[in-house]
Design a protein around this ligand. Structure first.
Ligand code: IPM
Ligand code: MG
Length: 359
């Protein structure tokens, strides 16, 4: 069966990291018979420049038709001042929402070879393997009303709405319980139920859903405490489930436990397992075009794509093992370098992964 993959490079370092990851896909085709067709589409600032829209209709259509999407990153300072609805990030949010990719899986696992790259002590992070399940199409990201408004006295107010329906909470809770059931069976639901009614409901619904998963043990934690615990003793967590905004923040935090935000892949899935795969980091305009960005998060996103959307678990393991091997051999991009390692650029890192695949 030939998989249909849509490639969306986006802005900033996007084309470089997607280029490296595409090299890995091609190597899987040549060496291990992976069958796929790929097509490219525009999204983000580059799409705005070309079409006037951050998410052109053609991209949404191509996204609907694809089995999976590989995305680099979007955004850049040149678009920070344009009308909000046209900004690159809105393109990404519209694509997530338009394809109903409500379930965002963000694994934070540490490659042994990177134990010294973490800001935390090796004994705190050694063997770390956490899965953050972030709800991706609701919450304050999409809630209405929103906007900046000028009052009668001429002063301005900004407003966003944190809102979750029971149904939205229930479907992400089911996804999280299933994920925990396939791992160590421990799920921690993160909320701010002591202050926010939205998340009081979140806690109630997650607790109800728990009854259907007796093999999974459920705990609850406030988001401020969760941030603290992730730094203090991250290995206490197996799976974390949380809303869109808390998940955005906690996943950046968790990424640094693994050495660099440049290492973390993600999957954004709909109810049928179709997904979009992207590194959790941004478009890093400051280092764009300099061949220094770390492509490993994007390459590991390819592995997640093979596992979660394309049903190619063997190919996924190949990619993950190749990345581990390259790190063991001492190759590093600048963001994860440490004394005694061999620093390489984006292109070379991609080539090393390809070489390790073929070894
Ligand atoms: C992420 C990013 C996005 C988000 C931005 C670019 C809109 O930070 O994927 O975590 O906030 O979801
Ligand atoms: Mg983020």
């Amino acid at each position: 069966m030939t998989h249909k993959i849509l490639l969306i490079s986006g802005d900033g370092i996007g084309p470089e990291i997607v280029g490296a990851a595409t090299g890995v896909l091609h190597a899987l085709r040549e060496r291990f018979g992976l069958q796929f067709d790929s097509e490219e589409a525009l999204m983000g600032g580059c799409a705005y420049e070309a079409t006037g829209e951050p998410l052109p209709e053609a991209t949404l259509k191509a996204g609907r038709a694809a089995d999976a999407i590989l995305l680099g990153a979007v955004g850049g300072p040149q678009w920070d001042q344009i009308e909000r609805a046209k900004r690159p990030e809105r393109g990404l949010l519209a694509l997530r929402s338009g394809l109903e990719l409500f379930c965002n899986l963000r694994p934070a696992s540490l490659f042994n070879a990177l134990a010294d790259a973490s800001a935390l002590k090796p004994e705190v992070v050694g063997g770390l393997d956490i899965m953050i399940v972030r709800e991706l199409t609701g919450d304050i990201y999409f809630g209405q009303p929103r906007g900046i408004e000028t009052l009668a006295d001429g002063s301005r107010v900004g407003r966003n709405t944190m809102i979750y329906s029971e149904a939205e909470i229930r479907r992400i809770a089911h996804a999280a319980f299933r994920t925990a059931g396939q791992r160590q069976g421990r799920l921690c639901s993160v909320d701010k139920a002591n202050v926010l009614e939205t998340t009081e409901l979140w806690r109630e619904v997650v607790t109800e859903v728990a009854k259907e998963y007796p093999a999974v043990s459920l705990s609850h934690m406030y988001v401020d405490n969760a941030a603290m615990q992730l730094v203090r003793a991250p290995k206490q967590f197996d799976v974390i489930v949380t809303g869109n905004i808390f998940g955005d923040i906690l996943s950046d935090l968790a990424s640094m436990l693994t050495g660099s935000i440049g290492m973390l892949p993600s999957a954004s899935l709909d109810a049928n397992g179709k997904g979009m795969y992207e590194p959790i980091h941004g478009s890093a305009p400051d280092i764009a075009g300099r061949n220094i960005a770390n492509p490993l998060a994007t390459i590991l996103s390819v592995a997640m794509m093979l596992r979660y959307s394309l049903n190619e678990p063997t190919q996924a393991v190949r990619v993950e093992q190749a990345v581990a091997r390259v790190l063991e051999q001492g190759y590093r991009t600048a963001d994860i370098q440490s004394p005694g390692t061999h620093v390489v650029g984006t292109v070379e890192m991609g080539q090393q992964v390809v070489a390790a695949l073929q070894a």
